[in-house]
Design a protein around this ligand. Structure first.
Ligand code: NDP
Ligand code: 2IT
Length: 447
């Protein structure tokens, strides 16, 4: 899509100021493409410089992380925390440990997080962090030493009213535990609200582990309801087999769907009988194994090394692995095989041309910043429980999560309609999130 001259000028500045950060450029461009009708209606946003101010992080922290492996060898990694926007609350967003991490990835994720967090309606700003550390194949002690070294540097920049990290790729309950322990040691404070995704006996929230995957399914369910459909009897393909994918699998099954394919970075498995949740949890959450092992022990399942999971026919596809994992080839395969709905559990998994193909073909499409907001929303519920030294039941927390997802869906649908693009959840999410942040920034003046 062409940008108007004003927005093109802003985009050119972003490219010039952030050379070589392709994922960040992609995320900014997608939001700017939605904003044309907004700046026509509200030119004061341009006069007050809201767009360049939203595209520039408040603060970018880059630090060295030295740690020792079990053989005593010393390794040096690079750590990041990008504190992007705090108009609506303390910076909030996950930490990603993956060898592909560099500043451009953290900035794209932090930028997305601003609008996602705004859409939840909760008092949280946008931030993201991580390291180019590869947790694969590391022992528990190595993970602990890395997390402690990482937190030693990060601890001076975070706090329950400042910046509240959580998990993302490669960072789950185990890593949050080691980081919380190191923060507690360094500060001498039991500051429960400094991290979310904690264990249930030490300040964590029930349903946070499940929240992102459940939330994505709740959001897709709202989309289906608009045409009188439900998950019952639907065939699903879910990419990835990590935290988001596994709990999307669980909720989809609870709603009567059959998930026939899942993946990891090595390849994908197909099980036409429906993937077994308990086996997947044991394989990925307990044994931390490879997805190919599922096919080794289930004769009805097959493993395809490499390839694209999107070739497996389905009614609904939930990309839940990583950015740009669903390209135009994947989109064409899904469309040709009759898929009618795509909801993103991951952050920016679909490439821009894949999204355009879905929209052109009439495939309902929900972007990550709307469909995967259940994770961070439940993190905000965890902060709320920590602040009141309370702990809610699973049922109550899940109910809150579902209400929030229904609310986000409503806001996206209404905003898309109001801005002349009915049914376009990309516009709905970008504009809906942007308006909340922009209005708060206007109210607070030039700071
Ligand atoms: P996990 O680390 O638990 O799982 C990641 C999954 O994606 C694994 O199956 C992994 O396979 C696969 N994967 C990761 N990188 C690649 C890659 N480069 N190529 C192919 N496959 C890959 O992470 P999460 O489930 O937490 O996160 C998944 C996505 O959801 C990410 O985009 C994340 O940003 C997003 N997200 C997460 C939230 C959360 O609360 N955790 C909230 C909102 C969004 P392998 O093990 O082989 O690497
Ligand atoms: O991308 C995301 O929204 C997350 N990884 C969760 C962030 C959080 O603070 O819970």
């Amino acid at each position: 899509m062409e940008l108007s001259p004003t927005l093109q000028e802003e985009f050119d500045i972003v490219i010039r100021r952030n050379p070589g950060e392709a994922e960040f450029h992609q995320a900014v461009r997608e939001v700017l493409e939605s904003l044309d009708p907004v700046i026509k209606k509200r030119p004061e946003y341009v006069e007050y410089g809201i767009i360049p101010r939203i595209c520039e992080p408040n603060r970018q922290i880059i630090f060295k992380v030295n740690w020792q492996d079990d053989k005593g060898r010393v390794h040096t990694n690079r750590g990041f925390r990008v504190q992007f926007n705090s108009a609506l609350g303390p910076y909030k967003g996950g930490l990603r440990f993956h060898p592909s991490v560099y500043l451009g990835i953290i900035k794209f994720l932090g930028f997305e997080q601003i609008f996602k967090n705004a859409l939840t309606g909760m008092p949280i700003g946008g931030g993201k962090g991580g390291a180019d550390f590869d947790p694969k194949g590391k022992s528990d002690n190595e993970i602990m030493r890395f997390c402690q070294a990482f937190m030693t540097e990060l601890s001076g920049h975070i706090g329950h009213d400042i910046d509240v990290p959580a998990g993302d790729i490669g960072v789950g309950g185990r890593e949050i535990g080691y980081m919380f322990g190191q923060y507690k040691r360094m500060t001498g404070r039991y500051e429960s609200g400094v991290l979310t995704g904690k264990g249930l006996t030490w300040g964590g929230s029930r349903a946070r582990t499940e929240a992102t995957g459940y939330g994505t399914v709740f959001f897709a369910d709202e989309m289906l309801k608009l045409s009188g459909e439900s998950f019952d009897g639907k065939k699903l393909v879910i990419s990835g087999s990590g935290n988001v994918a596994i709990y999307a699998l669980e909720k989809a099954q609870q709603l009567g769907a059959s998930v026939v394919a899942m993946s990891d970075s090595g390849g994908y498995i197909v099980d036409e009988n429906g993937i077994d949740l308990e086996q997947m949890q044991d394989l990925k959450e307990v044994r931390r194994g490879r997805i190919s092992e599922y096919a080794d022990v289930n004769s009805q399942a097959r493993y395809v090394e490499g390839g694209q999971i999107w070739d497996v026919p389905c009614d609904v596809a939930l990309p839940c692995a990583t950015q740009n994992e669903l390209n135009i080839g994947g989109a064409r395969a899904l469309i040709n095989n009759g898929c009618t709905l795509v909801a993103e559990g991951a952050n920016m998994p679909s490439t821009p041309d894949a999204i355009r193909a879905f929209q052109k073909a009439g495939v309902r499409f929900a972007p990550g910043k709307a469909a995967n907001a259940g994770g961070v929303a439940t993190s905000a519920l965890e902060m709320q429980q920590n602040a009141s030294r309370d702990s809610w039941s699973f049922e109550h927390t899940e109910e809150r999560l579902q209400e929030i997802m229904v609310g986000i869906h409503e806001r996206c649908a209404e905003t898309a309609e109001e801005y002349g693009r009915p049914g376009d959840y990309v516009t709905g999410a970008n504009v809906g999130g942007f308006l909340r942040v922009a209005d708060a920034m206007m109210a607070m003046g030039v700071i």
